[in-house]
Write a protein that binds this ligand. Structure first.
Ligand SMILES: [Zn+2]
Length: 237
């Protein structure tokens, strides 16, 4: 992991997603830095000065990020075939490897915006190398099923984060986001505790979206458990 990627992953861990964790310090990363600085009462310089880096190092009520071990393990045969072979949540460490490792970047088939600053366009997303192709297939389908207007109406273009090394809320187990195998859409209208039909992604027009994920074996916590409707993951419950 480069220093730039470390910066981006820490910003993401604090809730200021930069799109892809690709080590490229572009407008999204600088905007995330400024927003983070503002939230911590620091001067909004958009630069990673010492005070800012010190605050980024702190945990956000969660774990510190573990350095990516950059394992160049080859994709397993099971994962290469993709569909419906995702591990159970408890088996993620053995299946996907160390948290934060083996990440890759995909080019999104339709552009998204950052949930916390919709002026910022997102064209890339960081995901685990084993699930990236599957997510690409789903997102391509989403781009075909829904018009741009429909995607915006449903919030399918609002990126709430993918890779984020942290513990689950109120627990010691790692969040599925720690492996880059979960994606959040439109967190504002699909809060963690918001149930159907209040959650926007629980509405009937979202069913084709969820079916596209489920055809690739991904799990919607909303569809399975009626909570966290923003979230989809490549791990079984
Ligand atoms: Zn999530």
């Amino acid at each position: 992991m480069t220093y730039e990627q470390w910066l981006q992953s820490r910003l993401t861990a604090h809730g200021f997603a930069c799109g892809a964790i690709d080590g490229v310090i572009g407008s999204a990363t600088i905007a995330a830095l400024k927003a983070f600085q503002k939230s911590r009462g620091l001067p909004e310089t958009g630069r990673a000065d010492t005070a800012t880096v010190d605050r980024l190092r702190m945990t956000s009520g969660s774990s510190a990020s573990s350095p990516s071990s950059r394992l160049q393990t080859s994709v397993t045969a099971a994962a290469a075939t993709g569909r419906n072979t995702w591990p159970k949540q408890d088996d993620c460490m053995s299946f996907y490897g160390a948290v934060g490792s083996r990440q890759t970047t995909i080019d999104l088939p339709y552009s998204m915006v950052l949930a916390w600053d919709r002026a910022i366009r997102v064209r890339k997303m960081t995901l685990h190398e084993v699930v990236a192709a599957s997510a690409m297939r789903v997102l391509h389908q989403v781009a075909e099923i829904y018009t741009e207007r429909e995607r915006a109406d449903l919030g399918l273009d609002v990126f709430g984060g993918s890779l984020n090394v942290r513990r689950m809320r109120g627990g010691s187990a790692y969040s599925m986001h720690s492996w880059g195998i979960a994606i959040d859409f439109d967190p504002e209208r699909n809060g963690l505790q918001v149930k159907a039909p209040a959650a926007r992604l629980s509405h009937p027009d979202a069913v084709p979206f969820w079916e596209a994920w489920e055809a690739e074996g991904w799990i919607s916590l909303g569809r399975a458990r009626d909570f966290d409707w923003m979230h989809v993951q490549a791990a079984r419950l």
